[in-house]
Design a protein around this ligand. Structure first.
Ligand code: 8YV
Length: 329
């Protein structure tokens, strides 16, 4: 019997592609070419499965052009690149990579918070530019992390990891807002108190965004929300581009309506709003919150394992939808 045909849509660890070759007839993309939607559709025309990253949009038009496609295994916990309803309607399984990146991403959220509040990028640029000629009492004076109030919007696994770091490691008071409240036991574990969104924005010294991107979470932070924040506050986005109105944020940063921001994700990335590139009080990183070698390997392996389990008849390990059995392609 011939092996199922799989497309690995972006370059990933070569040994993990080799592992997939033991099970599948694999077309890989070792040169990491960014295919247009039409090029992706052409490659998927004869494929049974695909390993995607966040940069491939899977929608009804693509599914129509890929009649054999049965599973899309995303190498990411977020899956806003999937039109899940269209996939479910077409009988196509989707999977993601939860859990394996939780702690690494929470570490990065904290790193970005520290870098932002303590003005590390701005001060490093100053030093590299040869501008450091004398010490002064208020040179790059930022805001404290320890003992401050951390407001987390989106209290899933990563949000909880950040809450624990803040509460237990830095003695922060943690408040959070989420679609639903955590159980009392989880709130106690995270030392976190549930508050309304406006109260969080008004009282937090540092606001951390860890909410998934959906139509409902688009521009969770815009001009009005930035207006509620303290002028001394920092805003950190490790969630998705589009959760923040980047143009409104650039204005708020330039006018010092908030103190600083740390951004790992951007609307329209890899493009970055040009105004964000010219304000000094923002730390910018290129969507690397999950980027440690062990974690990226774990993500790629979990995406591969989802494909192997699915075609092995054992069902997906970490599904994001449940196409009806009768509908599955
Ligand atoms: C991915 C991420 O690296 O997992 C996610 O949701 O944002 C990152 O860890 C990125 O989406 C590429 O797939």
């Amino acid at each position: 019997m011939s092996k199922p045909r799989i497309l690995v849509a972006r370059a990933i660890f070569p040994d993990i592609v080799d592992r997939l070759r033991e099970h599948f007839d694999v077309e890989a993309n070792p040169d990491d070419v960014i295919w247009t939607p039409a090029e992706l559709a052409a490659r998927l025309a004869d494929k049974d499965g695909v390993l995607t990253t966040g940069s491939q949009r899977i929608d009804a038009a693509l599914l129509a052009a890929a009649p054999r496609l049965k599973i899309c295994a995303n190498m990411a916990v977020g899956y806003n690149n999937f039109d899940v309803d269209a996939m479910t309607a077409a009988g196509v399984q989707g999977t993601n990579t939860p859990d394996v990146l939780t702690e690494t991403t929470a570490d990065f959220g904290f790193a970005l918070l520290m870098a932002t509040a303590r003005r590390m990028a701005e001060s490093e640029h100053f030093l590299r530019a040869g501008q450091w000629t004398k010490w002064s009492y208020d040179m790059f004076a930022g805001s404290d992390i320890h003992g401050s109030t951390l407001g987390i919007i989106g209290m899933g696994r990563i949000g909880q990891g950040i809450a624990k770091r803040g509460a237990h490691g830095f003695g922060m008071k943690v408040i959070y807002h989420n679609r639903s409240r955590l159980s009392t036991a989880l709130e106690a574990e995270c030392k976190a108190t549930y508050v309304g969104k406006d109260e969080l924005l008004r009282t937090a010294d540092h606001v951390m965004l860890v909410v998934p991107y959906t139509a409902a979470s688009h521009h969770t932070i815009g001009a009005a929300e930035l207006g509620l924040m303290k002028p001394t506050a920092t805003l950190i986005n490790i969630a998705r581009g589009g959760i923040v109105d980047d143009a409104a944020l650039a204005v708020a940063l330039r006018e010092r309506r908030i103190a600083a921001a740390g951004l790992d994700v951007f609307e329209g990335e890899p493009s970055v709003h040009p105004d964000l590139l010219t304000v000094p009080n923002v730390v910018l990183t290129p969507h690397i919150a999950s980027a440690t070698v062990p974690t990226r390997r774990a993500m790629a392996n979990l995406a591969a394992d989802n494909l192997i389990a699915f075609f092995g008849g054992r069902g997906p390990l970490t599904p994001v939808n449940q196409p009806q059995a009768g509908l599955l392609r």
